[in-house]
Design a protein around this ligand. Structure first.
Ligand code: AMP
Length: 415
């Protein structure tokens, strides 16, 4: 035997037994977002590298060290998408969606890629469901998006706490950044080397640092939230008023910094106690300058993304109904295989779930297999015609081969 090739570190297979729970989450997302007028969009798995450099930000961890970037063979640099907002904004610009009625409400689902250190809940290929609303700066957009994510988490049985803040406008942020940089310089020798190195590049990330020294300094650092202008403060209060109206509990967290540069005003994150170190289940915020930065007209936007794997970890284990097998077609001699295939096809075309013997088992073995897969009925083809066996009662009677689909349909509850 040759040496086994394994899946790359940080990736995973989703086995058939694991699919139903994931599908249930996707179904809920589709139902909840669809009921609010969000329509699905799909964008490519890889994009021009500069899309992420320009949007997510050159100084972010994602762009600096987590992207899978390669030459496409023709001298162009492409990147496996690390997030979904920039691609959706690119598509909005590319397809002139500013001409549609605003806001344009979109949702997406698919794989994303980041070269992070793998651990529980953190993978290098993971799946996200996301929602974006482009073309309106109304605080109702922010509130609606947050409520939809809360509904989704609720529907899948994931309890999560909502942290919320506002980052204000780019001007407020620029002024604040200077103050924060000065403050960090004053306390330089108490900071971790990593944070110290990046004081000028990305001072906000210091709030995310995990070492005690930096955390002590950051606890007394000036807060962006306290520097917001009146318009931003008003916008934030309008959002939270609507969350209160919906009885959604939230906590103000002025230290909330997200790992992407494009956010303005509202930022939020849902955290689950079930998750340990990687506690974020889903999060997002407003990104009013992003579309313009990508070459489109000035267009406000807001959105979120939630990881399917993290949602699964956070969700209460729910029994997923197994897909019932209506009919197993067994046959006494190989000679009847073609007939069995024909019957199975016909029964499937009538909308039922049918399987037939595919492994050359003896008749006894076939009945055992039918039992194992939970078949409700078994058709047994033999020299004396066809028998239909009810696997619940054990009763068996003769049926015309041509009448099998009808017989199975008739026997079903509601048939
Ligand atoms: P972010 O764009 O970083 O805010 O990520 C949004 C959501 O995607 C997070 O709340 C997680 O649920 C999920 N996510 C982000 N990175 C990973 C990862 N490396 N592995 C698994 N899920 C992730």
């Amino acid at each position: 035997m040759s040496e086994r090739t394994q899946a790359p570190r940080g990736t995973f297979d989703v086995l058939p037994d694991e699919e139903p729970a994931r599908e249930a989450i996707v179904r809920e997302a589709q139902r909840i977002l669809g009921s609010a007028g969000y329509r699905r969009i799909e964008t490519p798995i890889f994009e021009a590298t500069e899309l992420f450099a320009r949007s997510v930000g050159e100084a972010t961890d994602i762009v600096r060290k987590e992207m899978y970037t390669f030459d496409d063979g023709g001298g162009r640099s492409v990147t496996l998408r690390p997030e979904g907002t920039a691609p959706v904004c690119r598509a909005y610009v590319e397809h002139g969606m500013h001409k549609l009625a605003q806001p344009v409400k979109l949702w997406y689902l698919g794989p994303f890629f980041r070269r992070e250190a793998p651990q529980k809940g953190r993978y290098r290929e993971f799946f996200q469901v996301g929602a974006e609303a482009l073309g309106s700066d109304d605080p109702a957009v922010d509130a609606e998006l947050i409520l939809l994510l809360a509904d989704l988490l609720d529907a899948i049985g994931a309890s999560a706490r909502l942290r919320l803040s506002s980052l204000g406008t780019p001007d407020t942020r620029a002024a604040y950044r200077e103050r924060l940089t000065a403050y960090l310089r004053e306390h330089e020798d108490e900071l971790s080397p990593d944070v110290r190195e990046r004081i000028d590049l990305n001072p906000l990330r210091a709030f995310d640092a995990s070492d005690r020294g930096t955390q002590r300094v950051m606890a007394r650092a000036p807060r962006l939230f306290d520097a917001l202008n009146d318009d931003d403060r008003e916008h934030f209060e309008a959002v939270t008023a609507m969350l209160d109206d919906a009885d959604l509990r939230w906590e103000l967290d002025p230290s909330l910094v997200r790992g992407l540069d494009y956010y303005t005003r509202t930022v939020f994150e849902f955290e689950s106690p079930e998750l340990g170190a990687q506690s974020g289940v889903g999060g997002g915020g407003r990104y009013d300058g992003l579309v313009e930065k990508l070459g489109g007209p000035p267009t406000p936007g807001c959105g979120w993304a939630a990881g399917i794997e993290r949602m699964l970890l956070a969700a209460a284990a729910q029994p997923t109904p197994v897909d019932g097998v209506d009919l197993f077609v067994a046959f006494a001699k190989p000679h009847y295989r073609r007939e069995a295939m024909r019957i199975a096809n016909e029964v499937r075309q009538a909308g039922l779930h049918a399987q037939l013997e595919l492994a050359g088992r003896s008749l006894k073995g076939q009945l055992k297999q039918a039992d194992r897969i939970g078949a409700r009925y078994v058709a047994i083809l033999g020299d004396e015609g066809a028998q239909l066996k009810d696997m619940e009662s054990g009763e068996q009677h003769e049926v015309e081969v041509g009448a099998l689909p009808a017989a199975v349909l008739r026997q079903r509850p509601g048939g």
